[in-house]
Ligand binder design. Structure first.
Ligand code: GLU
Length: 289
């Protein structure tokens, strides 16, 4: 009578990678590199490669870009397993994760504007700009409740409090080795934006777990973001995947590619008659930083 249990275990451990683009523009060679590396890792292991459209930011995402992503992946010959997930359809799941963090006393409402944060004279700076100075962390409950009655707050993670709860954490990167998680370096990040009710870090950890992702393959530009994602996984009781942060594909000018580099998009390469195999071959081996 152990067979069903064993079957679940086997499925749970199936190596699963994902490609998780945001439909805010056309895919370029850098996306092709990431998607191909994730796909190849899964296919070599007889595992699964899943696709997730990260379209929570309704102010920037457009359906035509999503359609173009699917077409570009098909053109590259990268097939995915199972249905395409769309984060825009999963709001209640992210809300539930936020509610749990609030109930643990580790998320707090924040009413600060960007200008408030930039103006805080003592605001220390992290890699992504000014770190949140913690203005709303100690807001008394009565003031907070009164403000919430009239305005929608953002929600921030009390990172120091969360770390005190979990203790030291570590994660593994295939290129850089074991890392001691250092989420404090990013400050009290927003885990739910006031306009969309969630945020990248929260949605990404919830979905990586829900899709059974065992191996996250993505660019090294997201290396620093991993520290707090690992913290969120520990708080929510979710497994921490293995990470594979690869170097970024650079343009002819030596700079990293951006969605605005029209000439580097897969659409432009296809229109210029470049074969998909040539695009993939031209990416070279992907290594760490
Ligand atoms: N959606 C993110 C992007 O397009 C990638 C998220 C991730 O790989 O964790 O940059």
């Amino acid at each position: 009578m152990t067979a069903p249990h064993l079957a679940v275990e086997t499925v749970d451990k199936l190596l699963t990678t994902r490609f998780a683009p945001s439909p805010t523009g056309r895919l370029h060679r850098g996306h092709a590199a990431s998607a191909h590396a994730a796909w190849a890792l899964a296919r070599a292991a007889g595992g699964r490669f899943v696709l997730r459209i990260e379209d929570i930011d309704t102010t920037r995402c457009r359906p035509e870009f999503e359609a173009a992503i699917l077409a570009d992946l098909a053109w590259l010959g990268l097939d995915w397993d199972g249905p395409v997930w769309r984060q825009s359809q999963r709001g209640p799941v992210y809300r539930e994760a936020l509610d749990r963090l609030v109930a643990m006393g580790l998320a707090y409402p924040c009413f600060c504007t960007r200008a408030d944060i930039a103006a805080a004279a003592s605001a220390p700076h992290g890699p992504e700009g000014p770190l949140y100075p913690g203005t709303c962390r100690g807001l008394d409950p009565a003031t907070s409740a009164a403000r919430q009655a009239v305005e929608q707050p953002a929600w921030r993670l009390d990172v120091a409090g969360a770390l005190a709860r979990t203790g030291p954490l570590r994660w593994h990167d295939a290129h850089a080795g074991w890392q001691a998680a250092d989420p404090l370096a990013g400050g009290d990040i927003v885990i739910a934006r006031r306009d969309i009710g969630t945020a990248y870090a929260l949605a990404v950890v919830v979905d990586d777990a829900a899709q059974g992702v065992t191996d996250v393959v993505r660019g090294v530009d997201l290396f620093a973001a991993t520290h707090v994602q690992v913290l969120l996984q520990a708080l929510l009781g979710l497994p921490t995947p293995r990470y594979h942060h690869h170097g970024l594909v650079l343009g002819a000018d030596g700079k990293r590619l951006a969605k605005r580099d029209a000439g580097e998009t897969l659409a432009a390469l296809r229109a210029a008659g470049v074969a998909p195999a040539a695009v993939l071959a031209g990416l070279g081996p992907l290594t760490g930083r």
